[in-house]
Design a protein around this ligand. Sequence first.
Ligand SMILES: *Cc1c(COP(=O)(O)O)cnc(C)c1O
Length: 438
Amino acid sequence: MAYERLPLSDNLSVNEEGRLFFAGADTRTLAEKYGTPLYLMDEDRIRANIRLYKDAFRDLWPGEAEVLYASKACSFLEICRIAESEGISLDAVSPGELLTAKKAGFDLGRAYFQGNNKTDEDIACAVEWGVGTFVTDNPEELSALEKEAARRGIRQKILLRLTPGVDCHTYEAVNTGKVDSKFGVAIETGQAASFVREALASAHLELLGFHCHVGSQVFDEDVFERTARIMLGFIASVREKTGYTARVLDLGGGYGVRYVDRDPAIDVRKKIGDVSETIRETCRELSLPLPRLLMEPGRSIVADAGLTLYRTGSVKRIPGYKNYLSVDGGMGDNPRFALYGARYTVYPAEKMREERDMVCDLVGRFCESGDEIQRDIRMPRSMERGDLVAVATTGAYNYSMASLYNRVPRPPVVMIRNGEDRLVVRRETPEDLLALDL
Ligand SMILES: *Cc1c(COP(=O)(O)O)cnc(C)c1O
């Protein structure tokens, strides 16, 4: 059969009959087998994305390096097992994400506990479970953690989250590196320097180095280079003032992915090579030893490994106004358009070779006008009830951001490897929803 690859991603193709294939599997067959809405994930792609980072660091960075999967992008047991089997480390932001990793057999010694507001319970739980490193966000957390570590008579490894004051020009909601951020402590205001002094004075905390994360879905040319220079400059100034030299530099996550054909493709390997060179040069200028370099990709590991399938319910044509194509999911399984107008590529999964002669908004089933998945897309005029609709690049921040709005159960996740499908998260049922009600 002649398969045509789609330009968005090479795990998307179309067969002779005009049906969309994902990761080598027929979307119609999967929709019939598992029902809709349905999250599909391409395991081969997840592994390839992880290896892209690992190999780039191995080949292009002369010092030690560690790749951390930011599990908030998509967290369930099987994803953590995949991360574990690829030998990378993991970021978690809650006991729930830590428990998922733990149950998946992930060594929590390789886990980093993130988040801007860890409660005392969160801290106690993570220490109890032997989480390797805390990424400490603020002075209050620092003293709470010192207290907990002292109580247990341990020395907890930490990084301090700093705000380098870099604007990476992404969506406001995921722009985190500016001075006026709720995350981390700012370098520019001098607050970071006293944060470091407090950490160094904490007898039960071992300060390994510094962390930053400037944003997500970042495309700006030199964001990571600028960030690295600021962070290294800070490391040098701390050394000057206190004699302490940080050994770890964590540059966070954030490389952008392609949601639509016109998005640029980021060459992660080349980017890591560029950052590596900048860091080596800057370390030489500042006479700093090469730090152990950490990066925390989330989106760029899983986004293009995901595809969501829906079925059409109605096609509402309002003459002189607009057309609405409604599907059986929406903001409950994918809130990103409602949150920040995120772009997506939408396909008529069984009518890929038909002319797309109808402009419409793709809307969901949830009771809010803001329940849109994408606006002004082109679909075939023949779309009707029962037709499959596919939304691409939904592997990151879709399943993990799903809600129970309208008490609509969340879709299952099916993992595909070598063209073979397997259920890895079952479909939620109305009974599951009632399980907590007393
Ligand atoms: C969200 C987040 C990441 C991952 O960001 P992506 O854009 O998904 O790569 C990494 N580190 C921290 C601290 C984060 O908050």
